[in-house]
Structure formats: C-alpha cells, structure tokens
Design a protein around this ligand. Sequence first.
Ligand SMILES: [Zn+2]
Length: 378
Amino acid sequence: MADAAGKHIDTIALPALAPGMRWQLEPRRWRGGDGPHVHIQAAVHADEIPPLLLAHVLEQRFDALAAAGRLRGTISLLPFANPLGLAQFVGGNHHGRFELDSGDNFNRGYPDLSAALIERVLPRLGDDPARNLAQVRNVLTALLQYRPPGEPLARLKWELFRLAADADIVLDLHCDYEALPHLYAHARQWPAVADLAHELGMAITLLADDSGGAAFDESCIRPFEAVAAATEHPVPLGCEAVTVELRGERDVDRSLAAQDADGIVRFLQRRGVVEADNAAEDFDVPRATRLEAVDILQAPASGVLVWDRALGEEVRAGDALGHIVVPGQADELPILARTSGLFFVRRGHRWVRRGHHIGKVGGLDALPWRQSGALMYD
Ligand SMILES: [Zn+2]
C-alpha cells in the first residue's frame, strides 16, 4: 500500500513457526528518482536496540523528505529485521544474536549463490562495466525468485538477502556491548565509504577482505566479487555494504538517534539519494585499520570483570585494561592489551567465564594470530 508520501509498505510472510503463529517482515520503500538505491535494515541480531530506535526516527525523516519532494533515489528500510529474535525470551531475559533452537548466529550464514550465478552470467558479460553490473543483478534477482528454503531461520536470511540484492548501498545497523560508534567495511570500499564514517562520527573503521562466516554485509558484496574473480571482463563491486555499530547496547537515546539520523541523511545527500541543501563539506578521512589489527580481548579466568580503562583511551601493548576478580582468590588477574591502539569496545556484563570475548583494541599492525576468513567470533 502507498501513502501520501509515496511510501510503500510490503509484508513478506515467513513460514509459520508453529500452527496458529504468523510472522512477517515489513519493508518500506520510497522512490524519488533514478538516483542510487540504499537499503537499511535494523537489528538483525534482535537484542541490539539502538538500531530499532534509529529506524523509527529515520522513517519519520524519509516520510518528510518524500513529502517535500526531495528524494532523488530509492530508499528501502526494514525497521525490524528479525521478528524471530525479537520474541526470544528465557526467564524474562531477551536473547538475541543466536537462534536458541539451533544456536546459529543471526548474522552468519547468508546465501552464497556464487556458483550458479557465475555459471549463468559469464556468457552474458562484455566490455561495458555498467552493462555487466546490470547482468549480474538480473541473474541474481532471477536466482532469488525460486526455491526459497522452507526452514524458518534459513528463510529469514534468504528474505533479508533478497531485499538487499538490488541495492547500491546497504547499511546493516547493529551495536556492540559498550562501544564507541564504529564501522565494518570491505577493504576495497575504503576510502569510498569514508564519507559515511565521517557523517556518523565513527571512532574507527575496520576493514577486511573476508572476515569469515558470511555475515550479511559481506554476503551482499560477494556476488559481484565472485563474478569479477571469475572473468576477465570488468565487473564493478556493485554494492557498498557496511555494518554500522551504533555504540553500545544501552545507548538507546533520543538525542543520539536524532544525531545518527542526521548523519545518515547527510550521507544520502552526498550520494545523491536525497537532494542536498548545499555543497558537501570537505573532511579528513577518519581513522581506519585492518580487522587483522584488532585484538579481541578474552577473559583470562571466570570471575568479576572490573574495567580500569575507559573506552576511547589510546592504550599500549602490555597495559592492564581491567582485571578479573576471582571470588575467594586474593590476586586479581590482569586483562592485558596485546596491541597498542584505540580501546573501542568492552563488555558490559560483569560476570564472565574464562575465554569470553570481553573487549576490542584497534591497533595499527596486523596481529599474527588474526587470519583473514576467521576474523569474527560468534
Ligand atoms: Zn550485531
């Protein structure tokens, strides 16, 4: 259905979880012209609430921009990407990130149609990059039309992937434990997406060729990357897809959401999706590093997690960023930084088990134990 602002709201029914239960996705779409198509989805991990509030504010902004005739491209917005995860409670506590039944991470294992795509599209490619890009999109769209999986979680991932498959730009909105705002991007898209990092005030951008696990953003890029690698013909990386980490899970705040919505609208103005007010400002390229240079801190023992250093501090390798207090034991165990750099994520839960991932430090140099293809933890 369409309203006065030209917004269409679809409903995509998902396979029933049980007799008598219905669940669905409700993507919105605003069309304003031939400019780029941006797709934005919120909270695929389900217990990451700042994206849900930001999507709510963004919808109001997009309605107002559409009503004022200021859209130049297409915007699609999925205000909640994971109804299954939104409903997962155990003993009164919300559990996102993993589906409780399978243990699968909601942001891993997106469809990889590369083999079928390559087989069908290679005979259609030529010397024109724009035409090749259109061919890849057409074949990918056709492949997504048939045989969607029937299992509910696989079907959810299929539908999310399908909704983003024709977008030029994909913003996947997440948050971390306690965190500074940061961005994950494909290494080949830097510094092209520096404008987004600038407009959202990102403390750091983390770059990888393949972080592993087939996260949503990388899965949106993979079809183009796979075809490009399989042919001598020019195939552009047709989708700029990034994971936007909106600070920490408790940073649910109207003023922060308004600030982030402003930043996204300015970014869309830079990209010609929204009519610009005036010329875009120059900016210095914000801080970025390879994901291989991010140290993921682990709890050295089970115990009480006490932080001694604040987020945003520049720390040095060997610094104790906090301690684990083991009940009944006099000596506290230090949590040591293994690289020098920006302390930008730390766990907020204060009881941890040995080996839990509890923080992140973004350094300069690749760390030998960090390998492309295995850079994320679940
Ligand atoms: Zn997440």
